[in-house]
Ligand binder design. Structure first.
Ligand code: IMP
Ligand code: MG
Length: 173
């Protein structure tokens, strides 16, 4: 695919912000171990960059849920395409998202995770589009609040393309 993409948040800015978030999260979880739950596929870059910079002990697991299909809009219901490999019972869980848009995905997912008996659940997202929220959710650590633009790069796709861009860009559709 070939679209015009304009840089919106540079690699350096993302890097700097993740460092800040990692410091804050490491402080908040001091003396605890955190289980990062990466929501595939978009959160993969953010999860890795965050994990490398956390100074507390970290374990990771991966989950894939869908609410979008091939389109760009989230529906209310999610299906688990790939579940976690490990139990989260008794663990301090940090759900790592790429972007929160309608909030519908996490609104469905978080109660499902609570049913599995973790000690705590917090949420971090690299990007947040608060103006598009349909379901209220509590987000503990936000990288960047952004306007209502469709963005790609740093894990985020348009029809599976452009995840590999090292920066976040606005795509002209
Ligand atoms: P929500 O349920 O509407 O909050 O959906 C969140 C998911 O939608 C994210 O994890 C992304 O996979 C996808 N998404 C929302 N906005 C964008 C965007 O601007 N670019 C790429 N993916 C997006
Ligand atoms: Mg996603």
């Amino acid at each position: 695919m070939l679209h015009r993409i304009t840089e919106y948040i540079s690699e350096e800015k993302i890097d700097q912000r993740i460092r800040e978030l990692a410091e804050q999260i490491s402080r908040d979880y001091a003396k605890k171990e955190v289980r990062l739950i990466c929501i595939l596929k978009g959160s993969i870059f953010y999860t890795c960059e965050l994990a490398k910079r956390l100074t507390i002990p970290v374990t990771m697991d991966f989950m894939s849920v869908s609410s979008y299909g091939a389109g760009m809009r989230s529906s209310g219901k999610i299906t688990i395409k790939k579940d976690l490999d490990e139990s989260i019972r008794g663990l301090d869980v940090l759900v790592v998202e790429d972007i929160i848009d309608s909030g519908n995905t996490l609104h469905e997912l978080i109660p499902m995770l609570w049913e599995r008996g973790p000690a705590s659940i917090k949420v971090t997202t690299l990007l947040d589009k608060p103006s598009r929220r349909e379901s209220q959710i509590d987000v503990d650590y936000v990288g960047f609040e952004i306007e209502d633009k469709y963005i790609v790069g740093y894990g985020l796709d348009y029809d599976q393309s452009y995840r590999d861009l090292p920066y976040i860009g606005i795509i002209e559709l």
